[in-house]
Design a protein around this ligand. Sequence first.
Ligand SMILES: [Mg+2]
Length: 342
Amino acid sequence: MGFKISHSNNQKKVKPFYGPVNDDDGTDGSLTLISPPDDAGYASWLIQHPSALNAFDSITKEAKWKKVVVFLDYDGTLSPIVEDPDKAFMSAEMRMAVREVAKYFPTSIVSGRSREKVKEFVQLSNVYYAGSHGLDILAPPRADKKVNEGAFQPAKLYLPAIQEISIELEDTIRDIQGARLEDNKFCISVHYRQVQPKDRETLKERVKSLVENRLEFRLTEGKMVLEVRPSIEWNKGDALNYLLDVLGFSNAKDVLPLYIGDDRTDEDAFKVIAGRREGFPIIVSSIPRDTIAWYSLRDPSEKRVFEWMDIHHFRCFFVVVEVVLYPLSFVNDSRLPNHFRM
Ligand SMILES: [Mg+2]
């Protein structure tokens, strides 16, 4: 394979914040909450991670004459976080925005969900899908191949073991009210958003204990969800590199990956972009968080619906106007890369 996985620590200099982990912040238990979610704390954090909306000028200036390749997380980024993970639907407006983006930029959805499930939610045929945190990628045929060889599944050999541990997990959480198992093919998710706070530690301990005894698996944590994944070194950052390679950009000097995500697992992709020292790692968060991302977008809050509506509108605006319409003004310019010409 032609691509190399970057483990570089050469990140853009952003002074890190540190603080206590808070699992009861009402949003998740996945990332470090570094200050109370007040306006002053958020404003201070924004200095380190400026709003991608406000950074319009610098982003478009940097992107001019470059090839932008778009990567989007799904839950909490394209869709709001909801109580029932089966109902995390994206809006028609967001779907339209992503469809427009994908017309002009190679666009991939990179999700912890199974590839089939995230495709059902997104319902677009002009994007690529990477499910199970990148362990299941259906990309276009490589330039040197005439036919698509099917999905790239680096953990395929783990499938029987994944089904085994899924049954064991089902047994171990069966008596915890509100606990819910989701089979994401190469990743088994244990949702505890609807579990009583007093029972959450019990659930976590049981799942942790079960996974500790199975060396072929590892445990990661997302927003109110524990995720049991094969213990191979492959994450969303590796998926980003893989997709850049099969899209023919592995050796290109003028490629700018743009990645928008809201979860700890998205940090792996931010890390890859930071290692390249070029691109746009953008975290979606309404509270200050410890992150490698250089830019931020404020996310929906269950308690601030009206603000979410505004943010939702602005996010669509950001994607459609600032990323899509800007290059459209150059579509007939011969200096544009082929991908941008109509
Ligand atoms: Mg997410």
